[in-house]
Design a protein around this ligand. Structure first.
Ligand code: DGL
Length: 275
């Protein structure tokens, strides 16, 4: 099937944003703080969660389909609010859809931000897919060759958060078990290389006695998005926003966590894009 998308964009069109589940809501929330008049169309691919365990090819094909779904809903920009998808699919999405829409990932903006700082030792935590891609390590070392980068996969954190284990003894024990690893000793900054992790940012900072800069992509990406929309004359600075949230399968905690970030009624629908 050949699908034609409108390449001419207007300010009033929504922003498309996707992740495997609730993680991208951390980015969506930051976008709304900075761009309150924008309409969001959020897609959480809960049917395939977690992405971090999947192959790069599988994530690429999910990301392609979700991008088509968002473009069919006339978005003016696609934000890949997922590190695993940014590591596996950003190149492909740019190649296949870059002439039809603006596309923003979550890894490059964070790497650019780190390039403005002078850290000697940086830790990166993320899913197995993101860490094994080596994307952060390679890009950070390109920017600052003298910096030591310690990467660590922390695969239990996403299922833990999606199951609602946050701010409790279970989440504290898991976070501590990962982050007390001595390879992280002496880090000056820790990159949260998964958009789910800002939900537990405070617990993570606590492990380091708040002495380590814990960096997440939410605000950094939102500022880049604002700048990109401005430069392309696509910034919506008036009007009433009506966000829409889609998930590919029902999960008990999606709505609950969405309400933590977005007050009031959540316009949540199941979109069966895989059948
Ligand atoms: N929040 C995502 C990320 O940034 C996906 C995590 C997952 O589904 O494993 O990597």
């Amino acid at each position: 099937m050949v699908i034609f998308f409108n390449t001419f964009k207007l300010k009033e069109q929504p922003i498309g944003i996707f992740d495997s589940g609730v993680g991208g809501l951390t980015v969506a929330h930051a976008i709304k703080q900075i761009l309150p008049y924008e309409n969001l169309i959020y897609f959480g691919d809960t049917a395939h969660l977690p992405y971090g365990d999947k192959s790069a090819e599988a994530i690429e094909s999910y990301s392609r389909k979700i991008t088509e779904f968002l473009l069919e809903r006339n978005v003016k920009v696609v934000v890949i609010a997922c590190n695993s998808a940014s590591a596996s699919a950003f190149g492909t999405l740019k190649k296949e859809f870059g002439s039809k829409t603006l596309i923003i990932d979550v890894i490059d903006p964070v790497v650019d931000y780190m390039g403005t700082r002078d850290f000697k030792k940086i830790g990166v935590i993320g899913t197995k897919r993101t860490i094994s891609s080596g994307m952060y390590e390679t890009k950070l070392k390109e920017k600052s060759p003298g910096t030591s980068v310690i990467s660590m996969a922390t695969p239990l954190l996403v299922p833990m958060i999606e199951e609602g284990f946050i701010f409790d003894d279970i989440s504290n024990a898991i976070i501590r078990a990962y982050l007390s690893n001595h390879t992280l000793d002496g880090i000056q900054a820790l990159i949260l290389g998964c958009t789910h992790y800002p939900i537990i940012k405070n617990q993570i900072s606590k492990i380091f006695n708040f002495n380590v800069e814990v960096v997440d992509s939410a605000k950094i990406v939102s500022l880049l998005l604002k700048d990109t929309l401005e430069r392309n004359n696509l910034l919506n600075s008036r009007g009433k926003s009506a966000d829409q949230f889609f998930i590919s399968d029902y999960t008990p905690y999606f709505e609950k966590i969405a309400r933590m970030f977005f007050e009031g009624e959540i316009n949540l629908k199941k979109a069966d894009i895989w059948s």
